[in-house]
Design a protein around this ligand. Structure first.
Ligand code: CP
Length: 310
């Protein structure tokens, strides 16, 4: 049986092209399963998964939990807001207490970059990064790329635009790594204050011209303006941001070609994208959510298989 080259999913940077292909192959099978009348399989019946969320989440948390339940795993849910962290307990103590309950896989979201990697070095369980600060969000990038491939059949040589708040976005970094590993051409576009200087070292194109970028691309992944991560003002006002970088119907009509629209969520409707476009036939935002469950089932299955083998 084919297996992943890694024991943890900490970021796309650590994955090979074959790893990504394998995850997609398995996700296609699980997508069939979750579209059957009976959506549950006994694959992870003996596996216990802890979902540790130290930062808010809707999509990722529900998607992992559903993926685990569809695979018949035992599921423990932890969220920092109602935990003993508020009494001063450290991350490692919290996690070791959870692991003493014989947990096999840990899914962690944390506001600090590197938290998932740190954890993987200190605990005897497989770790999945569900988003660490502004670093990586690997399952989001996998589901984004998978969703584009489901529409175009291929990513190689496709022009993919990442639009908006690149600086504060873990989705952007994971997408860049994943898209490039799959052979896509990647461009980032946004105000210069929201595009970090190091980005050119990653081999992506940089533009501040939305019209030109939309003319160039086959698909655009519209990123959320992450106001909660912005201590400084990176643009004069949300209104000005929307005027220069918001996606709306008039703009797309002027481009005059079909562009696939993605958004990782949560959406600031009327800021980075209008409702008319988010809910239009060009948008695959809800496909992304559906594919997210299949991708996470594939990642859980592949990492759990390695635990059973070793
Ligand atoms: N896309 C994403 O990570 O959404 P959540 O923050 O709701 O999990």
């Amino acid at each position: 049986m084919k297996e992943l080259s890694v024991n943890h999913l900490l970021g796309i940077k650590n994955l090979s092209h074959d790893d990504i292909k394998l995850i997609f192959e398995i996700a296609i099978k699980f997508k069939e399963v979750i579209n059957r009348p009976i959506k549950k399989v006994p694959t992870l019946r003996d596996v216990t998964v802890a979902n540790l969320f130290f930062e808010n989440s809707t999509r990722t948390k529900l998607s992992f939990e559903l993926a685990e339940k569809r695979l018949s795993a035992e599921v423990l849910n932890f969220s920092s807001s109602n935990s003993s962290l508020s009494k001063g307990e450290s991350l490692i103590d919290t996690v070791n207490n959870i692991l003493a309950m014989k947990v096999d896989l840990v899914v962690i979201r944390h506001p600090d970059a590197g938290a998932a990697s740190f954890l993987s070095k200190h605990i005897n369980a497989s770790v999945i990064n569900a988003g660490d600060g502004a670093h990586e969000h690997p399952t989001q990038a996998l589901l984004d790329c998978f969703s584009i491939i489901q529409k175009f059949n291929i990513l190689k040589e496709k022009n993919i635009l990442l639009l908006g708040d690149i600086k504060h976005s873990r989705v952007a970094l994971s997408n860049i790594f994943c898209l490039q590993k799959l052979g896509a051409n990647v461009r980032v576009c946004g105000p210069s204050t929201l595009i970090p200087k190091y980005i050119t070292k990653l081999g992506v194109q940089v533009s501040h011209d939305l019209n030109d970028s939309l003319n160039w691309c086959d698909a655009v992944n519209v990123l959320r303006i992450q106001l909660e991560r912005q201590n400084l003002k990176f643009f004069p006002s949300l209104r000005e941001y929307t005027m220069n970088y918001g996606i709306n119907k008039d703009l797309l009509n002027k481009i005059g070609k079909e562009i696939l629209i993605l958004h990782p969520g949560p959406i600031n409707r009327g800021v980075e994208i209008t409702s008319e476009i988010a809910d239009s036939k060009h948008s695959i935002i809800l496909d992304q959510v559906e594919n997210g469950v299949a991708i996470r089932m594939a990642v859980l299955y592949l990492l759990a298989s390695k635990i059973k083998i070793s």
